[in-house]
Structures are given as C-alpha cells and as structure tokens.
Design a binder for this molecule. Sequence first.
Ligand SMILES: Cc1ncc(COP(=O)(O)O)c(C=O)c1O
Length: 413
Amino acid sequence: MHEKLSFGYLDQLSSKHGDSFYLIDTSRFKNNYFELINAFRKHYPKTLIGYSYKTNYTPYLCSLIDQFGGLAEVVSDMEYDLALKVGVEPSKIIVNGPYKTLGNLKKYFSKGSLVNLDSYNDFELLKQLVESADYQCRVGLRCNFQITDRYISRFGFDVEDESFKGVLDFLRSCERISFEGIHSHFPDRAIQYYNPRARQMLQIAKRIFDTPPKFIDIGGGYFGKMPEFLANQFGSVIPSYADYANSVAKEFSTFYSDLPEDKKPTLIIEPGSAIVADTMFFVVKVIDIKKINGCYIATTSGSKFNLGSFSSTVNMPMAVFVDSDNDSTFYESIDIAGYTCIESDYLFKGYRGVIAKGAYIVFSNIGSYSVVFKPPFILPNVPIIDINSSTEGVVIKNKETFDDIFSTFNFLE
Ligand SMILES: Cc1ncc(COP(=O)(O)O)c(C=O)c1O
C-alpha cells in the first residue's frame, strides 16, 4: 500500500490530527504526471496535460501542475479563480463545462484564456460579447459524436447537426475570434474507446479546419494505477499509460506524419483520476466492534462519503494496522461501517482478516472525486497531511471547523 504506513506512524499522526485524516503522496503525483506525459510524448512530442481541477482541486496539487508545465482544466468560475489564485497564467487555463455566464466569459476571454464552447447558449453569449470586445477571444468547440451506442452524451455540439455549420461559419469569419481547436471528453475508461475517440477527433479536425488547428483536446477519463484487488472489481483489463498513449498519441503521430513539428496541433489530454487517484489514502480508527444477528460490524471514525464516488460500487483497497497482534481477532467476514446515521454507510463490506478496537484502517486509491465531493454531513471534513513530510505531518488542508460550515448561515438574532 505504502512503505511509510505502520501502526506507530498512524498513531503519532492521529494524536496530532485526530482519529481520521487523508494522507497524500505528492511525489507519487509528480511521478504519475511525468510518466503519463512521457508515454504520450514518446509517440507525439507535442502533447500537453490539462489537469482536471474538479477531480481533486487541492491547491497544493494545482500549484504542482503549474510547476510541471501543465495547463489548468476548469469547469466553473470557482475553479477559474482558484487557478488564478495559485498563480496560473490565464493563457494556461482551459475553460470547459456546460454553464457559463456572459460576465464569466468576458473575464476569461479578456484575460486570454481558452474557452471551449459547449452549447448554442455559449455561442450566443460569444456573439454578444464580440460586438464590443477589444481583445481576441480564444475559442474551441466541444464536439459531440458517438463512440458507443450505450448512451448519448449531453455535452457539446452534435457535429452532424445542420446548425453546426452556422457556428463554424461565424467562428471562421469573426475577426475578434481565434478559432483554435476542438475538444471532447467521454467517461468511458476502457481502452477500446480511445482509438475511436482519437480517430474521430482527427477526422473532425480535418473536416472543419483548412489547415490543422492549434490544438485537439481529447479530454480525460483514463484509469489510474491500481492494485489487482481493485482492478478485478472493474471487470475489464486496466490499461496502462502506455496503452492509452498507443491508442491515441500513435494515431496522432501517423495522421500528422507529413507535417513539420511547428504545424502540428498540440494534443491536449485532461487526466484527473489517472494521476491523482492512487496518491491519496484515507485513515480511520476503529471505534467499536459489535455482533448483530450473527454479523460482525466495526464502526469507524470515517464515512463512505470520505472515499469518493467509486466506493459506492466497489470495495476500495484497505489495510488494517493493529497495535499488537495479541489484542486483535481474526474475522472471516466483518463489515467496516461509518460514523454517519445512514444505514448504508459502509466503507467496506465483508473484510476477511485481523481487526481490533483502536486499530487504524487505511483505504487507498481514493484521490479522485473524494475531497471535492465530501458533504459537511454530520461532521466537517478531516485534514490532509503530506505523507512525505516529517513524522509531525505537514498539513496540506486544515481540519474543517464549526465556523467553516456555519459561517454562511444567518442565525436568528
Ligand atoms: C471535460 C472533462 N475533462 C476531464 C475530466 C477528468 O476525468 P477523469 O478524472 O475521469 O480523468 C472530466 C471528468 O468528468 C471532464 O468532464
């Protein structure tokens, strides 16, 4: 799981930071970033990463991405302001997402950020804006096409629709607009969806631009690294970074093989989970062990709401750290429950192994859609500690307080 973890280490951190806390491995984050980008650059050197803020917008991580030379991929004004606050240059911010206001768009364009339009509403707002704009608007289009018949994506412009032509005509003809490229994103993580995604984007680019665009952004959705225990539960082979690069970057390389480097579009990928999921751990303490109607249940200081969205469909990998084997008991099957009053709040069902009251349980691979999704339900959220820091633990996010939760409510005088 992680070489640093032991009962002593966790107990020391717990005495300072409380019964539950997140641990983050920032060196692993760095390694993932460079391993992924290098896998793509091996085939197609002109690749950039736009880190998906929504997946885990911990400012420390966003700053690291900026230091590594990555772009910020944001989908709201809150995330945009965060990128500015961590010092990202506006020209290195990509704005996606289905909800943009006229005021927001004006801010993004006037600062020189790239905005991928998602809808005819975005398009209408852009048309209003350029009437009085004294700056260049850097525009991309989110393209919608089928890569599977299992569902219809609700995002972007249907590239087969008649009215799409009108959007293209306007973008091409307006002096205040630099129409820089196209974007897509699909949530399908399995490898068989990636080559069709790349191929279709290359064909669309060829169809709508006379000369190759500045960028083609094929979005995120890549699996991260994970232990076999988790991989087996996804029911498909988990592709490596190199597998994704083979399906996408190699296709780009072949497609543009005749072009000089400076004429090739930049390939942008927008990983979130792929680089952040295995960098975080969630630590809980066993508060009680009970037996009800023949079933063993360990109640803990954490909740499934701390673990992120994946945990509702699969058991996240876990490891137990007991003080001494003498005080612990082996269970054929024990359910690990949360502190909330929700009946279904289980962090793990059917654990087989040694456990004890006072033990620590560490859940791994929980870095995506966890911290950003945790509601202030029943308790404020726990701190995030850097696992690579001294034994004291450098705090990356403070433990939330009563005031953090209630300062936005008005109390009756
Ligand atoms: C436009 C866009 N890019 C990137 C991502 C990141 O996805 P993931 O964390 O699955 O890689 C998402 C996730 O929904 C997205 O909507």
